[in-house]
Design a protein around this ligand. Structure first.
Ligand code: IPT
Length: 945
């Protein structure tokens, strides 16, 4: 069988073993290689393995890299569909083939004897030669392969040739939702293997929480001894169990003991974490405690290098996760670069380590021909699982093995599970696709609705086996574009039902690729079939700037929750293990958003799962609306954040805004110069629309219910998309009919009907303007007229103001955007941003930037002049340099071109966000159903203080 179409594992490599470093010589072969891309195997040059092959005309390419990101070929994105005919195990003859060559010398002191050439990842299939001899073929892109090369090495002028094919039989097993990219994308290393060295090892370190004793026993070769200086262990025969009092490893307390495994020939540094994973009473536990997984799904992604992720980038991910209260990672959907897992050990993250396996492209075919149940693939499945487990078995952070993703079910998966259970009985098995839970230890679902999670929590599942297993959502909270909404309600379920042990938000980072002035997504490279921006669904933007959803998630999963109680401040500790002794509590009193007093709050140490109530501090009197903010921060620096880093906060209302003294209205309305004038406002007599406020030209406010649809508004997973219903109702093109402009008294009353073309239903909107001192009060009454179906995107006003008003300041919810079902991260305070800084740059432009619960907002020009809007009591607003229609039409961030005006939305309500791009829609309580609504806003021209 031609090797490209061989459904089995690769060939020629040595048995899988743990990833580790030692004091034996090692030579990194990363760097600049020679490279040539051919359109297929037939067109590839012959003899590339030869010493005298002339590659001087070839290009240079860094290794590791993915060649499509270095000007050879183009990236392509599909989610589920294979971009080639489904004809397993065959692949197209037009199979981009990248030949890589490196000439290298050995260091002068390189020892004779055995040496392994290690490839940490080649996508998708590599054929390898050293000094003219073929070593073998790799498959399993995100798994290592090592080849014995000792006898082939020469001191100088070694020639390593690697022929990499974009497509191989293995591609059928690698249909993950991500870019199709090819190359030697992880490190290449030459490792000297001393005689009598340590070929492989497995540090099995358990912790007995009932006795406080750790047990360590190393499965390795003969004559290996273990030293753990910190525990005064020296020269212990590694294979013999050792029990001693230790501090356990948990994601909250990532306690590692440095040790050394040694033989006369080799020393291997090891970091030992003592912990025991178990399933008891239908709950997943570590060291005897139930876990609540506050997790994310992490793909390896860098906007410039794709799945080539540097150690710095891996560290950035871990630090960002830890600083946002994330405690778990699912390595969707392949084992990550090994460096990432070491960071998880060091900094503390629970890991589901997932095998490199997905055959999702068979789903649209009704799973006909799915490799999971076809014996010709059985060895490949087992090989992938074996290489995953052997590589990562020493990582205490790994608490579950996952067989893969979206590969339906079948005998090959069951065999993988059998093998794991036998090889590593210490870690339970996860695989979402085993719906009957026939061969897994954990019940897992993706994107289940709140109702379904609730049923599982109540143990109402009619499948008895499933009912008694711990439950996790391996994917939920699809973070595509603006959203998700509804995370809070999932948290409530995880806290209510002990068997519902949390989940993993889909997903950590947008896979946008850096293009000239924007981030590219599917279709931007001319792919004939693609899935557009479905690859842009992370909590981070592609450049790793947090999107608002990460702040929201961090707030929802905060490990310490602070709230108002009957007799003071309630502090609840939601850590799974630690007390609050490592935290300092401080309070700040703000009067209308200005700090007037602060102090330290004395909070006794709270054990995990418990709460205390502490009295309010003595507070000075305030004149305006005031709030007490209490924060819990790290008392001292950790490896992942500085001292003072806030892990949780809460706000308590202290005093309300004083009631304003009633003022006499300042009518009547008069006509002058073809305008209607009332107080500080001038109006168009025909339309009743405000045209100036003080000295400033404005247009509007007028009723408006449209928003530039979000990915979730357009999402199809929860039935008919809201956006379709809104469009069908014509909400994006409402027309205004002026029924009457009544300017005869103290007030200006404008009656209108706002309705879509071609339809009989509409909204009656009455605007009543009254002038007081320098302010105008606007009362709006909205009444649905006729059968108004479904929901509205938003309900409020739009208004255009001069483009010079580029600075915003507000008192209300902030600092970030918020929507009804995604507003936990918004606190009440006084914030300022430029208008440009109010925008959230979603890679695929859409509604964004809404500030909620706003008491007042001011927009001013550099000279301090501007306007202020006051709520009665509150409103939501956005301010942008383009209209909602322009935002809706944009496809990339740089399509948004600032216009001459600033467009404001001033809303009484917004429809929720939901998660329908891949999950449930907006929960009933957050749906904006049209009904008779009245709201009031105040307007005035200001000069900022
Ligand atoms: C699920 C996949 O497991 C994941 O890889 C990703 O594609 C995600 O959806 C959507 O972004 S698959 C599923 C919802 C059918």
């Amino acid at each position: 069988m031609p090797y490209l179409e061989d459904p089995g594992p690769g060939r020629g490599s040595v048995p899988a073993r743990a990833a580790f470093t030692s004091d034996a010589p090692a030579l990194s072969l990363n760097g600049t290689w020679r490279f040539r891309l051919s359109p297929g195997l037939a067109a590839a040059p012959a003899g590339i393995e030869g010493d005298d092959f002339d590659d001087s005309a070839w290009d240079e390419l860094p290794v590791p890299s993915l060649w499509q990101l270095h000007g050879h070929g183009r990236p392509a994105y599909t989610n589920v569909r294979y971009p080639f005919p489904v004809d397993p195990p065959h692949v197209p003859s037009d199979n981009p083939t990248g030949d890589h060559r490196l000439r290298f010398d050995l260091p002068a002191d390189w020892p004779a004897g055995s040496a392994l050439l290690r490839f940490d990842g080649i996508d998708s299939c590599g054929r390898i030669w050293l000094n003219g001899t073929e070593l073998g073929v790799t498959r399993g892109s995100r798994l290592p392969a090592e080849f014995e090369v000792g006898p082939l090495l020469r001191p100088h002028g070694n020639v390593l040739a690697v022929r990499v094919h974009q497509w191989s039989a293995g591609s059928y097993l690698e249909d993950q939702d991500m870019w199709w990219l090819s190359g030697i994308f992880r490190g290449v290393t030459l490792l000297a293997r001393p005689d009598g060295g340590i070929g492989d090892y497995w540090v099995r370190a358990d912790y007995d929480h009932t006795t406080g004793l750790g047990t360590v026993q190393v499965e390795t070769g003969p004559d290996v001894v273990l030293d753990i200086p910190e525990l005064e262990i020296a020269g212990h025969p590694a294979g013999e169990p050792l029990a001693l009092p230790v501090e356990p490893w948990t994601a909250e307390t990532p306690r590692l003991y440095d040790g050394i495994l040694s033989t006369v020939a080799e020393r291997v540094p090891v970091r030992i974490g003592f912990r025991t994973v178990s399933i008891e009473d239908g709950q997943l536990k570590v060291n005897g405690r139930r876990l609540l997984l506050r997790g994310v799904n992490r793909h390896e992604h860098d906007p410039r290098t794709g799945r080539v992720v540097s150690p710095e980038t891996a560290l950035a991910d871990v630090l960002l996760m830890k600083r946002h209260n994330v405690n778990a990672v699912r390595t969707s959907h392949y084992p990550p670069d090994p460096a990432f897992l070491e960071l998880c050990d060091t900094h503390g993250l629970w890991v589901i380590d997932e095998c490199d396996l997905e055959t999702h492209g068979f789903e649209p075919l009704g799973w006909a021909g799915n490799p999971s149940s076809d014996p010709i693939w059985a060895d490949a499945y087992l090989d992938r699982m074996r290489r995953t487990v052997e590589r990562d078995k020493n990582r205490p952070s790994v608490i579950l093995w996952s067989l893969g993703n979206e590969s339906h079910t079948g005998e090959n998966l069951a065999r993988m599970a059998d093998w794991v259970r036998h090889r590593d009985p210490t870690r339970p098995i996860h695989y979402e696709g085993d719906h009957e839970c026939a061969y897994v230890d954990v019940h897992s679902r993706m994107y289940a609705t709140h109702e379904e999670v609730e049923r599982i929590g109540r143990r109402e599942d009619d499948n008895a086996r499933r009912r008694d297993l711990p439950f996790v959502l391996c994917e939920y909270g699809h973070a595509m574009g603006n959203g998700p909404g509804g995370l809070l309600e999932y948290r409530e379920l995880f806290e209510r039902y002990p068997n519902c042990q949390g989940g993993f938000v889909w997903e950590w980072i947008d896979h946008g690729l850096a293009a000239d002035e924007h981030f590219a997504y599917g279709g931007d490279f001319g792919e004939p079939i693609h899935d557009g921006n479905f690859v842009i669904d992370g909590l981070l933007f592609p450049d790793r700037t947090p999107s608002p959803s990460l702040a929201e998630f961090a707030k929802i999963i905060e490990p310490v929750r602070i709230s108002a109680g009957a007799s003071g401040i309630v502090v609840r500790n939601h850590h799974d293990f630690v007390t609050t002794a490592h935290l300092t509590f401080t309070w700040t009193l703000e009067d209308e958003g200005i700090t007037v007093a602060q102090g330290v709050l004395d909070v006794p140490s709270v054990p995990s799962g418990q709460s205390v109530s502490v009295p309010l501090p003595v507070l000075p009197a305030t004149g305006g609306e005031s709030w007490l903010t209490v924060s819990a921060a790290l008392a001292s620096a950790t490896a992942w954040a500085p001292a003072g880093h806030v892990v949780g906060w809460g706000q308590l209302p202290v005093s309300a805004a004083p009631a304003a003294a009633p003022l006499p209205p300042r009518g009547p309305v008069f006509r002058t110069g073809g305008r209607l004038v009332l107080g500080a406002g001038a109006f168009d007599p025909a339309t009743g629309v405000l045209t100036s406020l003080g000295e400033h030209a404005v247009h509007g406010p007028r009723l408006d219910v449209w928003r530039a649809t979000t990915d979730n508004d357009r999402g199809t997973f929860a039935g008919r998309p809201d956006a379709d219903q809104w469009r069908e109702a014509g909400l994006h093109r409402m027309q205004h009919r002026v029924i009457a402009v009544d300017a005869d008294g103290e007030e200006l009353v404008v009656r209108t009907r706002v309705a879509p073309p071609a339809l009989p239903s509409g909204l009656l909107a009455d605007y009543t303007w009254t002038a007081f001192d320098d302010r105008l009060r606007l009362r709006v009454a909205v009444t649905p007229d006729g059968e108004f179906p479904g929901t509205l995107p938003r309900l409020g006003l739009t208004m255009a103001v001069p483009g010079a008003f580029g600075a915003a300041e507000w008192f209300g919810g902030g600092p970030g955007e918020a929507y009804p079902d995604s507003r936990q991260a918004a606190r009440i305070g006084r914030f300022s941003r430029s208008v440009d800084g109010l925008q959230t740059p979603y890679v695929f432009p859409q509604e964004n930037g809404n500030r909620t619960a706003v008491r007042w907002a001011r927009l001013t020009a550099p000279d301090g002049h501007g306007i202020q809007v006051d709520g009665d009591p509150v409103f939501d607003f956005t301010a942008r340099r383009w209209t909602a229609a322009e935002l809706e039409a944009a496809r990339h961030t740089d399509d948004l071109v600032p216009g001459e005006l600033v467009h404001l939305t001033l809303d009484v309500a917004q429809h929720g966000l939901g998660s329908a791009s891949c999950g449930p829609g907006v929960l009933p309580r957050y749906r904006l159903v049209p009904q008779k609504t009245e709201f009031t806003l105040w307007f005035r021209a200001v000069r900022s203080r």
